[in-house]
Design a binder for this molecule. Structure first.
Ligand code: PMP
Length: 407
């Protein structure tokens, strides 16, 4: 199915504005996507008609809010193809999901002499929680290296795997370069040595079909705001038996079965990991974002975004001074680049002056930038509402900017 992009754009009110006197061209989608009207309306409808605390109220509003909230859990179960709703835990986002696993599974099951494997491509949120755990427990962090195209060197991964490996935590698709990792192979190999696997799906979840049962990962984390949903909300998927074996993360309301001053017993999953009043309105509105993606179909979305990427690459490759960073064979529509003799931040400012929103800097992947001996890149990342005309304008602006220093 060919998507009607103009029609899709009408669902995103934010796109209809000028920035610096030019029509906004929003290409910072790897940082966060814009939200369709239905998400905004659902948020407003919740606070206008249903606002109430969930799970423990005897009244009608509490019942309505609870049902709506739990309906999103069912949507997420279907989105990730998990076996049960109970395996879906609402978090603040990918960062919290990883911290939760490191702090609970990690503290209980990983100890001195054990090893945790991550990769050079990781976002800081899939590095720092494991480093903190290693400092606390005496475990060691091992890093899968990458080649010059920004792809994992799988032979090196094979060498790192051993009986000592207790956790392998890797990004499904790199936010900085777009590289899509061979996660199925990583999961299967890790399981052979008895390690658990966490997949950071912050970038992949909006673009690739995710089937956690087919992947057989132990944990999968994602953020709603990168899938057209609200900020400050995410999902942690975990296999039932693994989640049940883990201690709770935070203590408080909702996560308990019974509290006395002598002893507390904990609730069943998923509530064991959802202490306190959750982000009810945003969880409910997230349904609309998932519906938006389901309606368009990820295959169609990906096809459109890939067309945009190829359209851009084709025009950019001949520009004098244009240096692509990350040229993996399998990648999302993320275009990371440098202009010779120019600072990425200056390029970003000039693009902003042309109404084009991109991200510049290290993209929370400093070790990855170090691997390429650079401080950062300029990153344009495409989404379903971007058009070929917008890509043309990006390329035209990059050409003009590059000319300033590359005659
Ligand atoms: N991992 C990756 C690959 C990401 O792109 C991001 C967000 N940039 C995160 C983790 C963290 O997500 P959040 O800030 O929503 O917790």
């Amino acid at each position: 199915m060919t998507l009607n992009i103009q029609h899709i754009r009408e669902e995103f009110p934010v796109l209809d504005q000028e920035v610096n006197g030019r029509p906004l061209i929003y290409m910072d989608n790897a940082a966060t996507t814009q939200k369709p009207k239905k998400v905004l309306e659902a948020l407003s409808a919740y606070y206008t008609h249903d606002n109430s605390n969930i799970h423990r109220g005897a009244h009608t509003l509490a019942d309505r809010a609870t049902r709506s909230f739990e309906k999103t859990r069912t949507y997420c179960k279907e989105f990730l193809h998990s076996a049960e709703e109970e395996e879906i835990i609402f978090t603040k986002g990918t960062t919290e999901g990883i911290n939760l696993v490191a702090a609970t599974y990690g503290r209980k099951f990983i100890g001195k002499g054990d090893e945790i494997i991550i990769s050079t491509l990781e976002h800081h949120s899939n590095i720092v929680p494991w480093q903190m755990l290693c400092e606390e427990t005496g475990a060691t962090l091992k890093i899968i290296p990458i080649n010059d195209k920004g792809e994992l060197i799988m032979e090196e991964f094979d060498k790192l795997l051993s009986e000592k490996t207790k956790m392998v935590a890797v990004v499904h698709a790199s936010n900085a370069l777009g590289t899509i990792n061979p996660v199925k192979e990583i999961i299967d190999k890790s399981h052979k040595v008895g390690a658990k696997v966490l997949i950071d799906g912050a970038q992949s979840s909006a673009h690739l079909d995710i089937d956690v049962q087919a992947l057989d990962c132990d944990f999968f984390v994602m953020s709603a705001h990168k899938i057209y949903g609200p900020t400050g909300l995410g999902v942690l998927y975990g296999k039932r038996e693994v989640l049940e074996a883990m201690p709770p993360y935070q203590g408080g309301g909702e996560m308990i079965k019974e509290v006395t001053f002598e002893k507390t017993t904990f609730n069943e999953i998923p509530f064991k990991f959802e202490a306190g009043t959750p982000n009810i309105g945003d969880v409910i509105a997230f349904q609309m974002a998932l519906e938006f993606v389901n309606k368009l179909g990820k295959t169609n979305i990906r096809k459109h975004e890939e067309d945009l990427l190829h359209h851009a690459e084709h025009q950019l490759k001949d520009i004098k001074g244009f240096i692509p960073v990350g040229t993996a064979d399998q990648k999302l529509s993320v275009l990371s680049f440098l202009i010779k003799d120019m600072h990425p931040f200056d390029v970003g400012m000039m693009l902003d002056a042309a109404g084009i929103a991109v991200r510049t800097g290290h993209h929370c992947t400093q070790p990855l930038m170090n691997r390429f001996n650079i401080e950062g890149t300029v990153r344009a990342s495409f989404s379903v509402y971007n058009t070929k005309e917008e890509v043309d304008k990006l390329c035209e602006s990059v050409r003009k900017i590059a000319k300033l220093k590359n005659k």
